[in-house]
Ligand binder design. Structure first.
Ligand code: BT5
Length: 312
C-alpha cells in the first residue's frame, strides 16, 4: 500500500483526525490528504468526514488494501478477482525481480497441484502465492512448504477446525477416507536457481474457505463445511503473519510440524516418481523429507505421494 495512505489509515485507526491536522502530522498538503482519502474510499474503506474529522468506519471485506491494512508481515498484496493460477502469475513476477509479494485471487481458472494435476479453485476459496528470495540452499526450500502447512493448520485451528498435516503438503481434517481425512488445503512450492543458490521461491497455498461441499472434489472439505463461513481477510492475514514468523526458523517449524503431523505413526503407502512401497512413517528430516521404516530399515523420501493406511 502506498506509504501516505498506510499512514493515514494508521492515524485514523486510533480515532478521528481533522484533515488539516492529518496533513500536518504526515507532512503533506491538505489537497494530498483529500486525494489519498478519495483513493482509499475507492478501494472500499469507509472514511466519512465528520465534525471531528475523518473517521475510519469500515475496512473493505477482501482484496489488496483490505489484506495489507493491519498486516504484520513484510508482504505487498496483489489481488485479482480471477486469474489462471496465482502460482503462474507469481512465477512471472519473480522472474521480473519481485520479492515479498503475495498474489491473491478469489478464483482460479487453471489452478495447479503437484505434477501438473488440476486444483479446483472456485470463487470463495483462498488462492494465494508468496514470492520470496530466501538466502538458503535449494535443499532447505521444502522447509518453507512445512512452514506454510504449520501456518495454515494453526490459523484454522484458531477458528475451531481440528486440522492436521499430511506429508508433504496437505492440511486435512482427519477422519474417514483413504487419504486419512479430508483435504482442506494443498501447498505447491516452486523455485528457480542455479549452482546451489536459490534465486526465487513461490509458495502457493490453496485453502478451501467459503466453499459449499458441492464445490470441492470428493475427498476434500472446506472451512464452511467444517465450521461455517470465515472472514477471509483476517484468515489470510493470520496465515501470512504465521508464515513470515516461521520462514527463518527451521527448528520451530519442524517442532510444530511434528506436533500437528497426522502422518507420523501411520502405516503408509508411498508413491514416488519411480516406485511404490509401504512402511511406517517415523519422522521428518530437517530438510522436510519423510523417514519411512520398511523391511527393517529406514528410507528417506524427499518427494512423492503418501497414503495413510492405518495407525502403526
Ligand atoms: C496440491 O497438489 O495439493 C497443491 C495444491 C496447490 C494449490 C494452490 S492454489 C494457489 C496456488 N496456485 C496454483 O495454481 N496452485 C497453488 P497435490 O498434492 O498434487 O494434490 C492435487 C490433488 O488434490 C488433485 O489431483 C485432486 O485430487 C485434489 N484436489 C483438487 N482440487 C482440490 C481442492 N480444491 N481441495 C482439495 N483437493 C483438491
Amino acid at each position: 500500500m502506498q506509504e501516505t495512505r498506510r499512514a493515514i489509515l494508521e492515524e485514523l485507526a486510533a480515532g478521528p483526525v481533522p484533515g488539516p491536522e492529518l496533513a500536518d502530522r504526515l507532512g503533506v498538503s491538505r489537497a494530498a490528504v483529500w486525494k489519498h482519502v478519495d483513493v482509499l474510499c475507492e478501494e472500499g474503506f469507509d472514511l466519512p468526514s465528520t465534525g471531528v474529522g475523518y473517521r475510519l468506519d469500515g475496512v473493505p471485506e477482501y482484496g489488496s488494501a483490505a489484506v495489507e491494512f493491519g498486516l504484520d508481515a513484510p508482504y505487498a498484496v496483489e489481488y485479482h478477482d480471477s486469474v489462471a493460477s496465482t502460482n503462474a502469475l507469481a512465477r512471472e513476477r519473480a522472474d521480473a525481480g519481485a520479492t515479498d509479494l503475495v498474489i491473491l485471487a478469489d478464483q482460479q481458472t487453471g489452478g495447479r497441484g503437484r505434477r501438473d494435476r488440476g486444483w479446483a479453485s472456485p470463487s470463495g476459496g483462498i488462492w494465494m502465492s508468496i514470492v520470496l528470495r530466501p538466502d538458503r540452499p535449494p535443499a532447505r526450500v521444502p522447509l518453507l512448504t512445512l512452514a506454510a502447512a504449520v501456518a495454515v493448520t494453526e490459523a484454522v485451528r484458531d477458528r475451531g477446525v481440528d486440522a492436521a498435516i499430511k506429508w508433504p503438503n496437505d492440511v486435512i481434517v482427519p477422519g474417514e477416507g483413504d487419504r486419512g481425512g479430508e483435504k482442506l488445503c494443498g501447498i505447491l512450492t516452486e523455485m528457480a536457481g542455479e549452482a546451489g543458490r536459490v534465486s526465487w521461491v513461490v509458495v502457493g497455498m490453496g485453502i478451501n474457505a467459503n466453499l459449499d461441499q458441492d464445490d470441492v472434489p470428493a475427498g476434500a472439505t472446506s472451512l464452511q463445511s467444517a465450521v461455517g463461513p470465515v472472514d477471509r481477510r483476517s484468515l489470510v492475514q493470520d496465515v501470512l503473519e504465521r508464515f513470515a514468523d516461521l520462514a527463518d526458523r527451521p527448528d520451530e517449524t519442524l517442532a510444530a510440524w511434528r506436533a500437528y503431523a497426522a502422518t507420523l505413526g501411520q502405516h503408509v503407502r508411498i508413491e514416488t516418481a519411480t516406485e511404490s512401497f509401504e512402511g511406517d512413517a517415523v519422522d521428518v528430516t530437517e530438510t522436510g523429507a519423510l523417514i519411512v521404516e520398511t523391511g527393517g530399515r529406514n528410507r528417506t523420501v524427499h518427494a512423492g505421494d503418501c497414503e495413510h493406511l492405518r495407525p502403526v
